[in-house]
Design a protein around this ligand. Sequence first.
Ligand SMILES: C[S@@+](CC[C@H](N)C(=O)[O-])C[C@H]1O[C@@H](n2cnc3c(N)ncnc32)[C@H](O)[C@@H]1O
Length: 245
Amino acid sequence: MTTNYDPIAEQYQRSKQQPWRTFVECFTLMELAGDLRDLTVLDVACGEGFYTRMIRERGAARVTGVDLSQGMIELAQKQEAAHQQGINYIVGDARELPVADEYDLAIAAYLLNYARTRDELQTMCDGIARALKPGGRFVTVNSSPAYHFPSAPSFRQYGFETTTIGDWREGTPITWTFHLEDGPFDIENYHLNVATHEAAFREAGFSEVNWHTPQLSPDGLKDNSIDFWAPLMENSPVAFIECVK
Ligand SMILES: C[S@@+](CC[C@H](N)C(=O)[O-])C[C@H]1O[C@@H](n2cnc3c(N)ncnc32)[C@H](O)[C@@H]1O
């Protein structure tokens, strides 16, 4: 189990090819991000740049990706070198973002669920709010703070499973096991509840906070039926949140 992405950067990159990522995660997040043309965008916990590249392709004027993992940033930079998009990738900690009032939009896919405590969550939210212009938006997807992971079913049909050990409380670790063709790998993140998130967003200076359930892309029905997707859509282990500064 790890929260250090350096040793699993390449496996994580391949897990982004799983159909649920494309037809649910990516579809919903990009719907929430909306029209990106001419915006300045900060991708926090950008990883190897999966969303960073997509945001630039969708017309953002200036895009910066920040991630704690040197290995993830190296993968992102390698792809930038092969297909130059003018994206700036930086190794950095979301809890100490060195920017203020610069961005129209901040996006973070699976960052907030690395906070183990309200204080850690608060420093992440404070930094992101600081990086936004007044009126700027923050769009994020995470392990759902509303989901009861100890009673999660198997999500093996989508290529992953989740497990928890011990009491279900603030900070309980959640292990996500991704199954790839050459075997599984694990990542660990942490549970903090909905009220904790709401309080952290408000204290950071977000005036509007909207929670969204996942949406299924119509393309997701080409190879799989609605019944296939139902367990993921009806009680989803991932939640999407949109905040306005
Ligand atoms: C599950 S990956 C998601 C990567 C990317 N957003 C994506 O969706 O492909 C989570 C990422 O969060 C990064 N991360 C965790 N804590 C962080 C922090 N405090 N500051 C910046 N990045 C962080 C990890 O290094 C990892 O690359």
